[in-house]
Design a binder for this molecule. Structure first.
Ligand code: NAD
Length: 453
């Protein structure tokens, strides 16, 4: 079947109202969970073929996320879908007011390659939980994971409800010409703009989960052992190919040397080296070449070696970096960590504010004034104080960007809301209608109206 036909079938199927039934939604969420568990090994193998990611890392950063999402919606779907009663103001008496969460209809989810299961299936799970029909277009760059998701889903789900559409730029360009009730895109800011423009043609709402340069500030009031441990893990996980990875470090000058020493210790201790089990490859030649260009040999503190044949780049730390350096112009998205030193915390915050709003920001300190300035002055999608990345692991927090790093959010109840329309309904009693609302009007009615409204 052609994709145009599948989209039409999804629209028709949605109109049968079947997906609005919570039992139907739960049945398919359970089915998806069963399929993921049954095919767990095949999922590990596919991602390993794409960029050498280990079973351990795939479970902790992908499979566990998806299973937790499914469990969350299985548990909370009824309460999230229940109409919410709100109070009714005086002019609308005698009446009842309710907000109905209704599914939007047919959804297009476009995924990125760096966490191919999580970034494709998490939005799909939220969209199905909210009662929608979905097309998933995973990233063709992680080819094996795209194929395994297509196989598992297309062999087990009716295409009029959920379908995986395989393809690259040409196919995505075609599918973007079709009419959806929502487009959910994860990827670069550059492609996000293309998606946004295409969606504008048919006034389709979008959620854009984009990237950016996420700053990580370390002050003299931080516990450097824990700082370095957490940063090494968060930066070199997936070889730095993580949208919320610390992009660059801003270290207070007085602790920079000590910080670098501990950083080095943990890079060695964690064995983040090309070829080791928990260190992944760079996804392709294009990204490899792009990253190599960013390594300024004159600023090298650690690492810098690479292997073109098998696409490995060593964990690399650059020092004496300035805001003007090439490495500071675009999101790095690889295992290169520039360190800029600072002496004035507030001036550093001002410098960050001058740049595009990042997807994440991190601060390491035990000083409450610094914590307060960080949360008040900086605008960013989400972040942590004294940790990195882990805010994503709390389903009670929304995950999304702001400004250049994205539009909208998801995870937990926020994901359900992203794929729902909040329909307002006022139900009036058919008795007790005040005459004051209707003509003919008089000064006396006007004075009463002024009091009521
Ligand atoms: P990308 O923008 O190149 O690709 C994303 C998707 O868009 C893919 O499915 C791809 O097929 C499609 N695409 C690519 N070019 C297109 C075009 N010209 N027209 C239409 N569709 C097109 O991004 P990527 O390389 O997969 O991921 C890296 C970027 O994504 C980084 O910037 C990263 O920060 C960001 N990202 C953001 C999040 C988040 O949750 N906010 C998560 C992961 C990655």
């Amino acid at each position: 079947m052609e994709i145009q036909e599948i989209v039409l079938h999804q629209k028709k199927f949605f109109n049968t109202q079947q997906t609005k039934n919570s039992k139907f939604r739960k049945m398919y969420l359970e089915k998806l969970k069963g399929l993921i568990l049954e095919n767990e090994n095949a999922l590990y193998e596919a991602i390993h073929k794409d960029f050498g990611k280990s079973k351990f890392d795939t479970f902790t950063t992908e499979i566990s996320f998806i299973l937790n999402d499914i469990n969350y919606y299985l548990k909370n779907l009824e309460s999230l879908s229940k109409p919410k009663r709100v109070s009714t103001n005086l002019v609308n008496q005698i009446g009842k007011s309710k907000i109905y969460s209704e599914p939007l209809g047919n959804i297009l989810v476009i995924g990125a390659w760096n966490y191919p299961y999580q970034l494709s299936l998490s939005p799909i799970i939220a969209a199905l939980a909210a009662g929608n029909c979905c097309i998933l277009k995973p990233s063709e760059i992680a080819e094996h994971t795209m194929k395994i998701m297509a196989k598992i889903i297309n062999e087990n789900f009716p295409p009029e409800y959920l379908y995986v559409y395989e393809g690259g730029i040409d196919e995505t360009t075609e599918v973007l010409k079709l009419k959806f009730d929502k487009i959910f895109f994860t990827g670069s800011t550059k492609v996000g703009k293309i998606v946004y423009k295409a969606a504008a043609e048919s006034l389709t709402p979008v959620t854009l989960e984009l990237g950016g340069k996420s700053p990580t500030i370390i002050t003299k009031n931080a516990n450097l052992e824990i700082v370095a441990k957490r940063i090494v893990w968060g930066k070199f996980l997936n070889a730095g190919q993580t949208c919320v990875a610390p992009d660059y470090i801003l270290a207070e000058e007085s602790i920079q040397t000590e910080f670098l020493n501990v950083l080095k210790k943990y890079i060695q201790e964690f064995n983040y080296q090309p070829g080791s089990e928990h260190y992944t490859k760079i996804i392709n030649q294009r990204n490899f070449e792009r990253l190599i260009q960013l390594i300024d040999q004159n600023k090298l503190y650690l690492g810098g070696n690479s292997n073109k044949e098998n696409l490995y780049i060593e964990p690399t730390v650059l020092i004496n970096v300035s805001w003007e350096d090439e490495v500071m112009q675009e999101e790095i998205f690889g295992p290169i960590l520039p360190v800029i030193s600072f002496t004035d915390f507030n001036l550093t915050l001002n410098e960050i504010v001058e740049h595009e709003k990042p997807l994440a920001a991190y601060l390491f300190t035990n000083n409450s004034e610094e914590k307060a300035s960080f949360t008040q002055k900086l605008s960013f999608g989400g972040g942590c104080i004294n940790d990195v990345i882990m805010h994503l692991g709390n389903e009670n927090l929304p995950f999304g960007g702001v400004g250049n790093s994205g539009i909208g959010n998801y995870h937990g109840k926020f994901g359900f809301e992203t794929f729902s329309h909040q329909k307002a309904v006022l139900e009036k009693a058919t008795w007790g209608e005040p005459n004051i609302k209707y003509p003919p009007y008089s000064d006396k009615k006007f004075s009463w109206i002024r009091r009521f409204m």
